[in-house]
Design a binder for this molecule. Structure first.
Ligand code: SF4
Ligand code: SF4
Length: 333
């Protein structure tokens, strides 16, 4: 069912929804981009439609809403452990098709890969998706190559068109919020073409581990980990125990995003490290995204959002690397 409404009417609906839900969307942060005179789109809570940045790709993915960068799992004293209270409100997230597909990847890792992760589950269960349209493909996106350019997995679709807001509602529990609005025919359009195209080699196997192509990345990568932090499908974390200054026996345990590209990720007791040079780390990341995850779950982990290419300070391109693998595999045959 679809509706056409004025901006101010939609803001009234948002206000009503906010009594039941926290609402997150990409917002423009002025002067917070790579340089002091550049802006950054990043997820945050919103109160009105004017706060939503529809025209830019967000730097971080919406992952940071469901899997926070740093999350307190419990507080401890000498005698007890207390879990933080969970907010009773639901969560609505404005996000694009590729990012909805990325959440499916996180669900596989945190909910269907052996044991369910309770910290992820209790946030994830509260989430409903609000689809945002991509009018055109953004720079570095290759969602079409990864089959993530389309989705029907959303509760609402919201489109800003001049002074109107068009809404498609697929969720019975949300329909009541729009009952006084004009009915309209609304459905999303999806990107059908990206400038960047990626060909994942069909017969990719571990013989590519020995390829010379990885050496280039040992020279270029500075192990900053940005490519992991912006990725909506990177799911690794590490644990930190924080001890409070006024009583060293009291503190909290947090989990914090981790990066397979940075020093120390594979360091074990005794100082042994599995992937010392950066080419090996790049190989690990790329093969995880387009090879071994698929062996376990039947489809590729990477959703083609292009954020790793957007964020890399050394202009290392993930999509380019996968295409090089394709060329290399053809040469070997
Ligand atoms: S590997 Fe790069 S393109 Fe693929 S999902 Fe992660 S950030 Fe997006
Ligand atoms: S963002 Fe670029 S330089 Fe930084 S770790 Fe990733 S590939 Fe290396």
């Amino acid at each position: 069912m679809g509706f056409s409404m004025r901006l101010d009417s939609f803001n009234i609906v948002l206000k009503e929804l906010k009594s039941q839900y926290k609402i997150y969307a990409p917002k423009l942060l002025k002067g917070k981009g790579t340089f002091s005179d550049t802006d950054m789109a990043r997820y945050g809570e919103i109160d009105c439609i004017e706060e939503i940045e529809f025209d830019k790709k967000s730097y971080f993915s919406p992952k940071e809403v469901i899997l926070p960068l740093t999350q307190t799992l419990f507080y401890f004293t000498e005698y007890e452990i207390i879990e933080p209270k969970v907010d009773g409100k639901g969560i609505l997230i404005f996000l694009r098709s590729c990012d909805i597909h990325a959440v499916k990847r996180l669900d596989e890792i945190y909910l269907r890969n052996g044991q369910e992760d309770p910290y992820y589950k209790r946030l994830r269960e509260k989430v409903k998706f609000i689809l945002m349209e991509c009018e055109n493909s953004f720079e570095n996106c290759f969602c079409v190559s990864m089959n993530t350019n389309e989705t029907d997995n959303y509760s609402l679709f919201v489109k800003k068109q001049d002074e109107k807001i068009l809404v498609q509602c697929k969720d019975e529990t949300l329909k009541e919020y729009f009952q006084n609005e004009n009915i309209a025919r609304v459905s999303p359009k999806f990107v059908e073409n990206n400038e960047t195209k990626v060909n994942i080699p069909k017969g990719l196997d571990i013989s590519i581990f020995k390829s010379e192509i990885w050496k280039e990345y040992s020279a270029r990568c500075i192990a900053c980990g940005r490519c992991n932090t912006v990725c909506g499908t990177c799911a690794c974390f590490t644990m930190q125990d924080i001890f409070y200054k006024d009583n060293k026996n009291v503190g909290e345990r947090r989990r914090v995003w981790a990066s397979c590209q940075i020093d120390g990720f594979t360091t074990m007791a005794g100082g042994h490290e599995f992937r010392k040079n950066k080419g090996e780390r790049m190989r690990f990341k790329v093969m995880h995204k387009v090879y071994d995850y698929k062996k376990r779950f039947g489809y590729h982990m990477c959703v083609g959002c292009g954020r790793c290419d957007d964020a890399c300070p050394e202009y290392i391109s993930f999509s380019n690397c996968v295409n090089k693998l394709n060329d290399e595999t053809k040469e070997v045959r």
